[in-house]
Design a binder for this molecule. Structure first.
Ligand code: SAM
Ligand code: SF4
Length: 475
């Protein structure tokens, strides 16, 4: 049985992040536009970039070159992924924590935050509230604590899948929690999870030590090899990330490429998603108000475009930590998943106690729009919001890779599934205004499918079935 904290065994492990090599790569200046164009062309030809090429893009600061990089990312996004954007909500299960991450409102020494762990009954209420708003995909988030062991996480995932409300159900549960040993990961996988996210926070060892002074998280190698253990346990979809603001963002971006290459070489597959949250203010947490490597919007956007080109087959997540305008622009550079209607206080969706959400939150969000509002605005801006879980449900793991590598995959599976799941949302949950915008978006998408595409007739048939009350149809 897996219970309590895992025993940290890092014997014989050595970091695969070559710090000196990365610093050397980042010390060069990029002035050769021809080389940049060749690198962009390589990416548009569906190849992952190597560290030298990624560094060349990161080192560019001539506005003309930066614009070409951004244009490259926009082209790649349009050409391969189309205009779908997958929506999810975070659900914080518990904020007890034994660690002392200097940037986080949940750290053990923070006496200002109100601690709370949902009971299974409270969890059901949170899920019901989210289902009644139309959510189908959740990420469950936990502090690191002996009570959040693999058995507990397993139980919470099963509770989420087992909670239904009218037409509402959660069809994919992802996890963001402390890393486990192989046995723990195996147990959690058996609950039917989608992606397991573990952010390295910073790949720079000296900084890592300084911002993780105590607790299990102080062990750099245990965290660095988390995905090796997850993959050994059979979890195919892992979510990588770096917390931007702790150290040089270019160093972190390049390190994530080295991490990707490590996984590709060892397991034949890179991460399912990459995240790059920027540090936000957090209750009782002065560090978060003045992160030492604050990254400007401009540098941040360029980094997103470069990551898109460097690992063209990986999903990219941008959360509601970021403001609306920046999120909208970043979607154009290849962000494939965003959260919407998020509240990150523990128990905040059903709001059954007297404690306000911000006192139970890890940090402060910038985008506070409702799911309905986000969907309306995305449709209006020519995007196609999607709640699709088709690949995961049919065992097509690594779907982002297939979207990327298999010609026609997006047209055959992703777009029709986006249309079907958006229609469900519009019929069951949308406000009149969003319904109108959504229906117009669906019409626009259907028009773009050629009439001789055999899939079109089936899609139209299924749409009629959804309108007649059938749910959860997918390709
Ligand atoms: N406790 C687990 C852990 O640390 O791995 C689960 C993750 S934690 C609840 C979720 C993520 O939030 C962290 O990995 C970190 O990247 C991010 N985070 C922490 N403090 C933050 C802040 N002040 N602003 C933005 N993101 C933050
Ligand atoms: Fe705990 Fe995670 Fe916050 Fe660190 S980032 S204090 S481990 S919840």
């Amino acid at each position: 049985m897996s219970s309590g904290l895992p025993k940290l065994d890092v014997e014989g492990l050595e970091s695969f992040i070559p710090e000196a090599e990365i610093q050397e790569l980042l010390s060069k200046k990029t002035t050769d536009i021809k080389k940049v164009r060749e690198i962009i062309a390589k990416s548009l030809d569906k190849n992952r970039l190597n560290p030298d090429e990624m560094a060349t893009l990161l080192n560019a600061d001539d506005p003309e070159i930066v614009e070409e990089i951004k244009e490259g990312a926009r082209t790649l996004k349009k050409r391969i992924y189309g205009n779908r954007i997958v929506l999810f909500a975070p659900l914080y299960v518990g904020n007890d924590c034994i660690n002392n991450c200097t940037y986080c409102g949940f750290r053990k020494s923070n006496l200002d935050v109100v601690r709370k762990t949902l009971t299974m009954k409270e969890l059901e209420k949170e899920v019901t509230t989210l289902e009644n708003r139309g959510h189908k995909r959740l990420i469950l988030v936990y502090g690191e604590h002996p009570k959040y062991d693999a058995d507990f996480i397993y139980d919470t995932v099963r509770t989420v899948y087992g909670t239904k409300s009218g037409n509402g159900e959660i069809r994919r549960v992802n996890i963001n929690a402390a890393p486990f040993d192989v046995e723990g990961f195996r147990k959690i996988k058996s609950a039917g999870i989608g992606t397991f996210q573990v952010f390295q926070e910073t790949y720079h060892q000296e900084t890592y030590r300084a911002v993780h002074p105590s607790g299990l998280k102080a062990n750099y190698l245990w965290r660095l090899f988390a995905f090796d253990r997850a993959m050994e346990a059979g979890i195919d979809d892992v979510g990588m990330g770096a917390l931007i603001g702790l150290y040089n963002h270019k160093f972190e971006a390049l390190s994530m490429l080295y991490h990707t290459i490590h996984l590709e070489e060892k397991f034949g597959v890179g991460p399912h998603t990459i995240s790059f949250p920027r540090i936000e203010p957090a209750i009782g947490t002065d560090y978060a108000n003045h992160p030492p490597y604050q990254t400007s919007d401009e540098d941040f956007m360029k980094m997103i475009a470069v990551i898109r080109l460097a690992v063209p087959y990986t999903g990219m997540i941008l959360t509601a930590r970021e403001p609306v305008k920046l999120r909208n622009e970043a979607i154009g550079y290849g962000i494939s998943q965003i959260d919407a209607g998020s509240d990150i206080g523990v128990g905040a969706y059903a709001q059954e106690d007297e404690v306000s959400s911000d006192k139970k939150s890890q940090f402060v969000l910038s985008d506070n729009r409702s799911l309905d509002q986000v969907i309306g605005e995305l449709c209006e801006a020519d995007f196609l919001p999607s709640f699709c879980t088709g690949c995961y449900r049919l065992g097509r793991t690594g779907e982002h890779f297939m979207e990327f590598a298999k010609p026609g995959f997006v047209k055959r599976f992703c777009t029709p599934n986006a249309i079907l799941t958006l229609t469900e949302y519009l019929l069951d949950y949308a406000s009149p205004d969003t319904k109108q915008k959504g229906m117009a978006a669906i019409e626009r998408e259907i028009k773009q499918i050629p009439d001789d595409n055999p899939q079109k007739a089936t899609l139209l048939e299924r749409l009629e079935q959804v309108k007649a009350g059938k749910r959860d149809l997918f390709f």
